[in-house]
Design a protein around this ligand. Sequence first.
Ligand code: NAD
Length: 491
Amino acid sequence: MANPPALFNVIAGRTVDGVRTFVRTSPVDGSVVAEVHEASRSVVDAAVRAAGDALAGPWGRTRPAGRSALLRQVARLLEERADEFVAAEVRDTGKPLALARSLDVARASANFDHGADFLYGAGNQDSYSTETADGRRALNYAYRKPVGVVAVIVPWNLPLLLLTWKVAPALAAGNTVVVKPSEFTPSSATLLAEVIADAGIPDGVYNVVHGLGPASAGEFLTTHPGVDAITFTGESATGSAIMAAAAPNLTPVSFELGGKNAALVFADTDLERAVSGTARSVFTNAGQVCLCTERVYVERPIFDEFVAGLAEQAADLVAGRPDDPRTSLGPLISREHREKVQSYCDIAVKEGATVHSGGGPVSFGDALDGGAYFAPTIWTGLDQHAQVTTEEVFGPVCHVAPFDTEDEAVALANDTAYGLAATVWTGDVDRAHRVAPRLDVGLAWVNSWWLRDLRSPFGGNGRSGVGREGGHAAVDFYSRPTNVCIEIHRS
Ligand code: NAD
């Protein structure tokens, strides 16, 4: 086989060697797909310096309209080179090609268009005509400025989508970024550097460092005093480590973390729609979406029918090669992650679960057995506080439990340390409006799942996150206001 592509760090428009290299293997068949240059502390230092220097250069003098035009150009170039981005995502993640095209890459260009539109249109939100008790008058307004150098640290499940969700508003607000993609998915962030340069964004505005978390690029970046803000998506435990790393410098953070999301299925729902919607919310991207449902609560009269329907949908999923149009289930990200998912399945059985489908790896009898495929898995019969029903598994798995009343359903859904997303399936409009706001989550869907308006705030409560991004929340995180107060003297 030809040598796998080498992926370098990108600093101020130049490719930079790492201190050593590591390989990325495909979760489809275990073959080596890339050799990645791991950034040392001094490489990370150079990246942060380049980002700081870029703020002082022409980029620092761009106006919002100019940045908006540049971001639109990034979106167009992403569309033109969509095939390359799809190939990069598929190489690293093994996800079905059609999913990478319609979800990951399409959302990446939408993120840049949204950044271009929204931040340009946001204007100054805080403007007040002031009259004091002693008769003085003033005009107060907020003048928004970039925060500075933003560290962007992202996970492997939706590499380009989650990266651009942060990079686009960060750049729209006039910041510069140093991004650290996951060690499992280094390709698309590296390719994006080419598109950003081709769009005419100056060198040093977008820099990429590769590596792992602790004692590697992730830690070097989050502890760096030259970083003015950290935006992170990943596991809750990593969020805690990054918050501790950021504390000495008091660096502001925005965290999008794990979930243990609930679906509430009421007996008044359109059952077919609820079953297929729940199958989508459990199994999309092999369950490796932070918003995926892992806890399903079903009103008792329809419980058996619902479980049977969901198991049928699971049986219809086809595991296979990403480029096979029949494939609807890709692999997990790695063999390591598959072992973790398997260990939860073993625990579920020990805890007394009934297994309605899956419970172990998919076997093919060919090269795909060297990959990390896992069968869609449905459990029932576990306690609300079993390990598998409280901890995030992050695979194509869910537990289904019955409930009897609306209050009980809400209490069960909220009985978790996480608080990212939930879905309510009901045919009763009053119930929908009663239940959704009672759910302690950042995002509550009714009769749908993963339907997003990029202008709305996104984030989680509890162990699911700190802060919000998207729309005005992104304006708040990626810029800082200076309150200008002008006294208006009486004539
Ligand atoms: P992870 O926390 O292991 O890694 C995420 C990133 O952080 C990687 O780039 C990694 O190298 C880096 N990292 C790890 N330790 C670090 C440290 N000590 N300092 C600095 N950087 C460090 O997460 P993952 O396994 O890549 O992703 C899966 C997790 O992400 C799941 O928990 C999932 O729910 C969560 N997630 C959340 C959202 C959301 O929007 N809330 C979206 C997608 C994924």
